[in-house]
Ligand binder design. Structure first.
Ligand code: ADP
Ligand code: MG
Length: 240
């Protein structure tokens, strides 16, 4: 059942302990939403999963196998990542941003890659923008290309690091809607977000991190209505 497992994960930058013994599991098909103040270690936690950041001690297991016992390229394919600032290639069209990985990582022929990329762009509602360059797209459209690109790797799990934080408010909805569709299709997702509407409607569970520690974890209604820890309540009241 558990697809991703953090086991006593510690990570420091110099003297600063950024992840201070994080342990929890994410079930297959679950939508785990991570919340917490700026600097609490949310991005670091996500980056550890596809080894953009190495950990000092503990272990992270995907499907029962340590990520450190896996081939790094294969791991990056199995773990899709969507960033706050999109990370698209500016000199490539939306379509090319998606076909690049299909050709280089998955070894698709040009024709196969284009056909598959079209399917993924359609999935995020962007088929008509396939030939557009990032500069010609809105922030919401850029982020949907980012999601299509990650999905094209056929990942086991998708990580989202504040995917709507760089967007104008009127563009947040289209990205959240794509994320809801993915959740409904059964994609396992680990999502750092301040979008409490998404958390309430879609999260299987909410995890509150503070100062590198897991403070509280539970169903969204529990954290919103009856938080066990003072800090959780204070944080959520400020957001909503
Ligand atoms: P969050 O995403 O919750 O805002 P981060 O994981 O980005 O938190 O950062 C947690 C802490 O680690 C912060 O104090 C941040 O300054 C520090 N940090 C993050 N990345 C680095 C890095 N590459 N080098 C040094 N310190 C870092
Ligand atoms: Mg962050």
């Amino acid at each position: 059942m558990t697809l991703l497992e953090f086991a006593d994960v510690h990570q420091s930058y110099g003297e600063e302990e950024v992840l201070d013994g994080i342990s929890f599991g994410v079930d297959r098909g679950a939508v785990e939403v991570i919340i917490g103040p700026s600097g609490s270690g949310k991005s670091t936690l996500l980056r550890c999963v596809n080894r953009l950041t190495d950990i000092d001690s503990g272990d992270i297991r995907l499907d029962g196998t340590s990520i450190y016992a896996r081939d790094e390229n294969e791991l990056r394919q199995q773990v899709g990542m969507v960033f706050q600032d999109f990370n698209l290639f500016a000199h490539l069209t939306a379509l090319e941003n998606v076909t690049l990985g299909l050709r280089r990582v998955r070894g698709f022929s040009k024709e196969e890659a284009v056909a598959d990329a079209h399917d993924h762009l359609e999935r995020v509602g962007l088929l008509e923008q396939a030939e557009s360059y990032p500069a010609e797209l809105s922030g919401g459209q850029k982020q949907r290309v980012g999601i299509a690109r990650a999905l094209a790797m056929d990942p086991e799990i998708m990580l989202f690091d504040e995917p709507t934080s760089a967007l104008d408010p009127e563009l947040v909805g289209e990205v959240v809607s794509v994320m809801r569709d993915l959740a409904e299709e059964g994609m396992t997702m680990l999502v750092v977000t301040h979008e409490m509407g998404f958390a309430r409607s879609t999260a299987s569970r909410l995890t509150f991190l503070d100062d590198g520690r897991l403070v509280e974890q539970g169903p969204p209604e529990q954290l919103f209505e009856r938080p066990e820890h003072e800090r959780t309540g204070t944080f959520l009241r400020r957001l909503t």
